[in-house]
Unconditional design. Structure first.
Length: 407
């Protein structure tokens, strides 16, 4: 590989992270603080300094790789270093024999495929939106002979994530690790000033502390304080697999803001959120394709839609989908979701791969001096509310008794 000759104008936090020699590193910062950039810097340095090394970049989904990670690659890796760029198969080959692979952690099947890797490094982007089993599996792959081995993660702080336990908490922190936190958005001096000021004027309280100051914060006034780890199933739980007694689906429209589609299956009367799709800039035709593929995979069922876009609901119906305008009273809907969280015989469970929903459960809170939630960080929880509050179960279920999900 040719000598790297370019000016990396690093911020102070990026420099501290880039030059740290710990085996395990975490860059946990505000949004826009340069965490993806510093992740790429580590990739390029490792690939250049250790010819023939193999590494993998893992993100919560392939759309995140395609929309965020790959577009930034061209800013850091000179094209003359690349021998073969096979983005279709998510592999990058360098002229010195080094290889970078791109993989998704959006379901257990994809994570299990990582078990066969023999690598010298890995990078998990948006690690707080992934389950800990991903870290455990990749750790077992750090075995490429003759190479230095290292792993780093980047993301936004989430107080209840495995990342905090492994990199921050004194009793459970892993050895030979380094974590850089409290990195505010202002540390990235290349952002447009009006972008920063706009977010500062709209984000408030603890949400601003997490998203703009890069702090680990416990949210007060949570809408769903009863949600906890007991509602999250094990990655290999049989209750995440078909067949289901019945299926329902729900959708929250979006374009500039994320749209969210959830698949909810029922076993033993327990609603189980088994799949989520969460992404910006998605057109109706794409959502229709996803809804049809889920119907084929999990079974037919009604789709309860955000009622704000009747034209989109009509498109779903024309496409042969059982779409309905969801019931949308906020407070009664919150009470319905809470009743499923508290119920013993109809308790709600969530797949560990529905990380956006889980993250929102832990941060969705009420406005000060108000009975209404803050309209931010709410796309997945709104979708869940549409589905559960609109669904009218038909009793009884004529199916054999199944044991309850593993706690």
């Amino acid at each position: 590989m040719k000598q790297i000759d370019r000016d990396w104008n690093l911020s102070e936090p990026q420099f501290d992270f880039f030059t740290d020699s710990s085996k395990f590193k975490a860059f946990l910062s505000a949004r826009g603080a340069g965490k993806t950039s510093v992740g790429w810097m580590n990739c390029l340095r490792f690939s250049a300094e250790f010819p023939g090394s193999r590494g993998v970049i893992v993100a919560p989904s392939f759309p995140l790789i395609d929309d965020v990670i790959l577009p930034e690659m061209d800013d850091w890796i000179p094209k003359e270093f690349i021998l073969k760029d096979n983005r279709f198969k998510h592999n990058l080959f360098f002229d010195n024999g080094s290889v970078i692979m791109f993989r998704s952690a959006d379901n257990m099947r994809h994570i299990q495929r990582l078990r066969g890797l023999s690598i010298s490094w890995f990078w998990i982007d948006e690690a707080t939106l992934t389950p800990q089993v991903l870290w455990d599996v990749l750790l077992g792959g750090l075995r490429q002979k003759g190479f230095k081995r290292q792993a780093w993660i980047t993301g936004t702080p989430k107080p209840n994530s495995w990342v905090k336990r492994l990199f921050m908490d004194k009793l459970t922190r892993i050895s030979n690790s380094f974590a850089l936190t409290d990195v505010p958005i202002e540390s990235n001096r290349f952002l447009p000033p009006d972008y920063v000021s706009s977010l500062r004027s709209q984000y408030t309280g603890r949400f601003a502390a997490q998203e703009l100051d890069g702090l680990f914060v416990e949210f007060e006034g949570l809408v769903y304080p009863d949600f906890s780890h007991r509602h999250i199933l094990a990655p290999d739980s049989p209750f995440l697999k078909p067949p289901f007694q019945r299926m329902i689906y729900a959708i929250d429209w979006g374009f500039r803001n994320p749209c969210c589609l959830l698949a909810i299956g029922f076993k033993n009367n327990h609603p189980i959120v088994i799949q989520e799709f969460y992404r910006t800039h998605v057109i109706d035709d794409k959502l229709i394709d996803i809804a049809k593929s889920w119907r084929d995979q999990f079974g037919p069922g009604p789709i309860y839609c955000d009622p704000s876009q009747p034209d989109s609901i009509a498109k779903f119906r024309i496409a042969g989908l059982d779409a309905h305008a969801a019931k949308n009273p906020v407070v009664p809907g919150i009470k319905t979701v809470t009743s499923f969280l508290l119920s013993l015989d109809k308790q709600l469970y969530v797949s560990p791969f529905c990380q956006n929903l889980i993250s929102e459960f832990y941060s969705y809170c009420y406005s000060e001096n108000s009975d209404m939630p803050i309209k931010v960080n709410d796309h997945a929880v709104d979708t869940l509310r549409y589905g559960l509050h609109s669904f009218q179960p038909i009793q009884p279920f004529y199916h054999s008794i199944l044991r309850k999900p593993d706690q």
